[in-house]
Design a binder for this molecule. Sequence first.
Ligand SMILES: [Zn+2]
Length: 277
Amino acid sequence: MSEPGLPFADVAVPAAYCLPVPPAVVRPIAGLVFHDSETATPARCHPDGSWHWQILRDGTLERHVDEAAIAFGVRAADRWRPDWVQRSPYLVSDVNWCTLHVEFQSCQADRDAGLPYTDAQYATAQALVPDLYARHGVVPIVGHGELQTDRTDPVAFDWERAGCGPFVAGEGRYWQGDGDDMSQVAALQAELDQAHGITATLQQQLDAVRAMLAQADSTIGALTHDVVPPLEAELESLKAGSDPTKLAALQTHIADLEDTIKAAQQVLAAAGPAPAG
Ligand SMILES: [Zn+2]
């Protein structure tokens, strides 16, 4: 799975607190589950509870369990089982098999203070969800307490401020961004499509350059083997033409011809005027 496109801090999680799947197994991401930590400090994974992402009070994004691995976020969907939940091939709950878990640091004291979640946490959620959508597809978002009978988290969570749209029966909420429609998701998809288009164009251009190089190579080969040798031979013969010995021989030959012509003219003069007509 690709790396997220926003900054985050890595928090090491013991291997026993999650379940990696073999590289050949592609884990389906069919939904996102939101939680709150019920802790006054940043939560840490433990043998019975783990998650992929945590958003701290100051908006800091922490990565705990790698997205490729299964986190132990929901024991059972015994209150409500969304339509998209898939049967797990491993000894983990069906929900955990096919979801990513996002934890929000929040506790009773925060609710008592009238600030269950901070603006910074909602802002980070607004950035994280589209990033997850870009890498895993557009999937519904649900709360832990909606699935499991003995849980109520994320308590006092404002789904709309996190960017979620209305609850869709059987599925959950879809992230919609700041607006009240899917325009941001659509824009994101358009950007991805455009990026794929650019990649394809670059590939075509690269192929064209390769073809030109191959063509140039064969042209150079032809020049080397077919055209250059005769030119070289001609050059050699031109050089030979300016050989002083050969030129001297040529001058002597021309002088001999002149003498022959003069002798012929004297013979003609002695024979008298040329006949008229
Ligand atoms: Zn929870």
